[in-house]
Design a protein around this ligand. Structure first.
Ligand code: SF4
Ligand code: SF4
Length: 344
């Protein structure tokens, strides 16, 4: 792997140059407490130091709502709405969210790739950035606090800039033209500073251990009392799934136009926490109760993703942070597994 360094000031200039390649998105502070990925107009507004965004990065490849095709019943024709091949660059993605994108790939780029997702993924550039955890983070016990693949460049914070890991050929093409101008060779002090940052980060996690046994405990304790107790608090709002970087469920609807002959087929994010999610023909609901729906999310998120060799949940903490009922996902999982040490 190639390693280079960039100063903070040159990083702003690099962001300016990225804007010339395609649409640049990066974390912005959107309210007193919240951050979100926004299109970059002024590079000085990019936040390098943030905990989590409200909306997960998957929306740049699998948007909240999209038109799959339009139709005209009189001509019996479909007009596919495959996304354009314009480049888009996602700067400032945390390692947990990068692994979450790889879990999305495992579903959307399998034997029958989703053409909409595929085009966006092929034309998207992912640039990661290091971060320090808060009490909601547990990416470490998911083994995803440091990524090896899934990024084109990864920026590691240093006292005077960033140490940059170059992850792909695309990443090389972003760095090579500016070597000696914006990027420089790393020196022993930079390596030591990166090492110190990693050590500091490791010491800040409030949960420790290895959670690979969790999914087995969950299988063996399907009727654990936590499910009933916590599902009674759940409002069924869907925040936990809509903010989750690895949730994939969607619904598809045909929306006819008022002319009675044309229309569009849309796909939009759904949530297994909505009652309508399990409703099928004949008014049968295969997840009738809140307990069923709550149980499903816990099982689904903690199941094994073979492509990332960990669970679909990457421990980003969003589902707890944004839950209006204060349901503590991490603590509830620990209760099921019987993990005791290392939590707040
Ligand atoms: S965010 Fe909380 S209240 Fe809303 S559906 Fe999820 S667990 Fe229930
Ligand atoms: S289940 Fe919760 S902690 Fe896990 S990836 Fe989704 S939002 Fe993050």
């Amino acid at each position: 792997m190639r390693y280079v360094k960039i100063s903070k000031q040159n990083t702003y200039e690099f962001l300016e140059r990225l804007k010339k390649i395609g649409t640049l998105y990066a974390p912005h502070k959107v309210s007193e407490k919240f951050y979100d990925f926004c299109e970059v107009d002024d590079v000085k507004e990019v936040e390098f130091d943030y905990q989590r965004t409200i909306r997960p990065p998957r929306r740049f490849f699998y948007p909240e709502r999209e038109v799959l095709f339009t139709f005209d019943t009189h001509k019996v024709e479909l007009y596919e709405n495959i996304p354009s091949k314009e480049k888009h660059i996602l700067f400032g993605v945390h390692s947990c969210d990068i692994v979450a994108l790889r879990t999305m790939d495992s579903k959307f780029l399998d034997d029958q790739p989703d053409p909409y997702y595929k085009v966006r993924r092929e034309n998207g550039i992912v640039i990661g950035i290091s971060c320090l955890p808060d009490e909601y983070c547990f990416c470490n016990v998911r083994r995803v606090e440091f990524v090896d693949t899934g990024f084109d460049l990864f920026f590691h914070e240093l006292p005077d800039g960033f140490l940059v890991r170059v992850g792909t050929v695309v990443g090389h093409k972003l760095v090579d033209p500016y070597e000696g101008e914006l990027f420089e060779e790393i020196c022993p002090d930079d390596i030591e500073n990166m090492s110190n940052f990693e050590e500091k980060r490791a010491s800040m996690f409030t949960t420790t251990g290895n959670w690979d046994t969790l999914r087995y405990f969950m299988e063996m304790r399907l009727d654990h009392p936590m499910y009933m107790r916590e599902s009674e608090k759940c409002l069924g709002c869907g925040n936990c799934t809509l903010t989750c970087p690895s949730c994939k469920c969607y619904d598809v609807q045909d929306i006819p136009s008022i002319d009675g002959r044309t229309g569009e087929r849309i796909r939009y994010w759904d949530s297994c926490q909505f009652r309508s999610h399990g409703l099928v023909a004949g008014n049968h609901n295969f997840r009738e109760t809140k307990l069923d729906r709550f149980h499903n999310r816990y099982q689904c998120k903690n199941s094994y993703c073979k492509d990332t060799t960990t669970s679909f949940c990457v421990g980003c903490g969003r589902c707890t942070y944004f839950c209006p009922a204060g349901i503590q996902f991490k603590q509830n999982l620990m209760e099921i597994a019987g993990y005791k040490g290392g939590t707040t």
